[in-house]
Ligand binder design. Structure first.
Ligand code: MTE
Length: 320
């Protein structure tokens, strides 16, 4: 990420979770919010409130972890979505400018059935599942998030990839009017990510359309974003408008921005450090201050049983 090196960060810039929450309560009180709005955790910025709509017919999944989930407030106010700014709090403040309906998904490349599809139709034809997954950011923090999603393999099969389809590329919306962060050249826009097709077909990979049983808030990547829980967070591309099937490995945004720092595979691996920091441990968001509760990171973010076979025989230091 384009984050400052630890040595560049002044202690005064670090806000631990407790102070951050206390400050929010202080702001609430200052705004004179009462009743429901005063219940801790219920006061949320406008972008979060706007999207709160329950999703019907959500099934439980065998792939869910039983670990304690991160609070809704933390999940939806501590985000990386550079299209709305590079600060963790920017997406919740500014993503309300994104118009998520109607939404068209374009399918291109090595498939028998390319075309433009309404997201609503895709959702109607799909099974919605709650998948409670661990989420590990390359910046060494983590959360546990109850996504609502659709199996990516189920979506992909509908378009009938050809035998030449070796990779699946995903592209975020490009529209600087709706996504003002795209006016700044912090990354090369639009944001692009990709998977090998066998990774994309793994049962753990989903297209998330919700979290906590509700429609995905804009700052979390509405209306549809990728979730591949064994990989670092940056693979989990948000607000997807295009899926392209290719024979050659696509150029992806972070791997192009910093090839030594962000690999194509981006599998969570405590043995392969980022050149500027260790990946051995992670800060669990929402559990005390930044100095407490650093837990050990597990290879493939703990999903080795389901995904290690995808990488057998590969040198994970070279293909990081
Ligand atoms: N997708 C887009 N389009 N733009 C982004 O800036 N950030 C990535 C990923 N997907 C990003 C994105 C990074 S670095 C992370 S860690 C996750 O989204 C963060 O997801 P979250 O905000 O839901 O926690």
């Amino acid at each position: 990420m384009l984050i400052k090196k630890p040595s560049d960060i002044k202690p005064s810039e670090i806000t631990d979770q407790k102070h951050y929450k206390d400050r929010r309560k202080f702001i609430q009180a200052g705004l004179g919010l009462t009743g429901a709005a005063m219940v801790p955790g219920l006061w949320l910025p406008p972008a979060v409130q706007a999207a709160r709509e329950k999703l019907a017919g959500v099934q439980k999944s065998q792939y869910s972890t039983k670990e304690k989930t991160t609070d809704y407030e933390d999940v939806t106010t501590y985000n990386n979505f550079y299209e709305f700014g590079t600060d963790k709090s920017d997406p919740a403040k500014y993503a309300h400018t994104l118009k998520t309906s109607p939404w068209t998904l374009t399918i291109e490349g090595e498939v028998a059935k390319p075309g433009k599809f309404h997201l609503e139709d895709i959702i109607k034809q799909s099974v919605l599942e709650e998948r409670i997954y661990r989420f590990r950011c390359v910046e060494a923090w983590s959360m546990v998030i109850p996504w609502v999603g659709i199996s990516l393999a189920d979506i992909i099969k509908r378009f009938e990839p050809t035998s030449r389809a070796k990779f699946v590329e995903f592209t975020t919306l490009y529209d600087p009017k709706q996504m003002p962060g795209q006016k700044r050249r912090v990354l090369s826009w639009p944001y692009v990510e990709a998977l090998r097709i066998d990774e994309a077909m793994n049962p753990l990979a989903i297209m998330a359309v919700g979290l906590y049983g509700e429609v995905l808030p804009n700052q979390s990547g509405a209306p549809m974003r990728l979730i591949v829980p064994w990989k670092y967070g940056f693979k989990n591309i948000k607000s997807i408008v295009k899926i392209r099937f290719t024979e050659k490995m696509p150029k992806t945004t972070w791997a192009a921005a910093g090839p030594r720092e962000y690999g194509f595979y981006a599998n969570v691996n405590p043995l392969v450090n980022h050149p500027r920091w260790s990946q051995a441990r992670e800060r669990v968001i929402g559990s005390g201050s930044i100095f407490t509760r650093r837990k050990k990171t597990i290879i493939y973010n703990g999903y080795g049983e389901q995904v290690a076979g995808l990488y057998s025989g590969m040198n994970l230091r070279k293909y990081f």
